[in-house]
Design a protein around this ligand. Structure first.
Ligand SMILES: [Fe+2]
Length: 287
């Protein structure tokens, strides 16, 4: 069922031909929107990818080469598992705002989470060849993104939904997202070992947008190819939840001024929340 609260939704669905993707989100729990549907050119994605690699280098002191991988070892967990997650990307570059306000993303997210959904995280993910010492088939174990809410969940009204912008080609051997189609209908967490035999990889070319809902069982496969998998991701949540990262009051005014959809951006980062009204003096029966 389509959430029609936003009057512009129907127009965007028609303009971008999204009806099939909405159906897929309902039935399968995940959809891959190709670059041609997004109407974005290669340069748009290259800017995003290069900004992520630049931030990765600035924060770690390690160079990330698309074909060769990281220039040296990273301390701790990243070297054990072969990936690093860079948080709070929205503060780094306007390009990270563009992934939030693209009309296709907005409409599909609104379909899953309704009006007034919030940005919960603004993360980039750089993954390289999984070290031989990592002895599991998955590098991210199977889980659901809305695990902070006790099951059972309504499969038609997820609490959380996610977006993955694929900035490099994306297949099983490249360490793609693994997911169990339709698993959101089970309304529960997967048991240990239950999801992997039923999982399939997301196959997507660089320039695709993967969207999926928070009750879907997913993880990711080990990466057996050299070079990098680069992804921009972002969980969103319904307005009754606290975002995992708090952006309210922290994003400079100029980011809103340069945004293609400043009102939606304000809503995403909770700038549209009104102050609670002061209780009237004669309201003495309320304690
Ligand atoms: Fe996840």
């Amino acid at each position: 069922m389509l959430d029609k609260a936003d009057v512009n939704i129907d127009e965007v669905i028609e303009e971008y031909n999204l009806a099939g993707h909405i159906e897929e989100l309902d039935e399968v729990g995940l959809t891959v929107v190709p670059q041609s549907t997004l109407k974005l050119n290669d340069n748009w994605f290259e800017q995003l990818r290069d900004a992520i690699l630049r931030v990765g280098e600035a924060r770690t002191g390690i160079k990330f080469d698309l074909d060769k991988g990281p220039s040296g070892p990273l301390p701790g967990r990243p070297s054990e598992i072969g990936h690093i997650i860079l948080q709070h990307m929205i503060y780094e570059d306007q390009v990270f705002e563009k992934v939030l306000t693209h009309p296709v993303k907005k409409v599909l997210m609104t379909h899953m989470l309704g009006q007034d959904h919030r940005l919960a995280v603004s993360d980039a993910w750089i993954k390289w060849q999984t070290p031989d010492t990592w002895n599991q088939e998955e590098t991210t174990g199977f889980h659901v993104d809305q695990n902070v809410v006790p099951a059972p969940w309504n499969p038609n009204k997820p609490h959380i939904a996610n977006m993955n912008w694929c900035l490099t080609n994306y297949a099983r051997e490249d360490g793609a997202l693994a997911y169990v189609p339709g698993s959101h209908h089970e309304k529960r967490f997967p048991e240990l070992g239950e999801a992997l035999p039923r999982a399939v990889p997301v196959e997507a070319a660089a320039g695709s947008l993967v969207m999926f809902q928070g009750g879907l069982w997913h993880g990711s496969y080990r990466k057996t190819t050299p070079g990098l998998r680069v992804t921009m991701l972002g969980q969103h949540c319904r307005p009754y939840m606290l975002p995992f990262q708090d952006f309210k009051g922290r994003i400079p005014l100029e980011v809103f001024e340069k945004s293609q959809d400043p009102e939606y951006l304000r809503s995403l980062v909770r700038e549209n929340e009104t102050m609670l009204k002061v209780r009237p003096k004669d309201d003495s029966h309320v304690f």
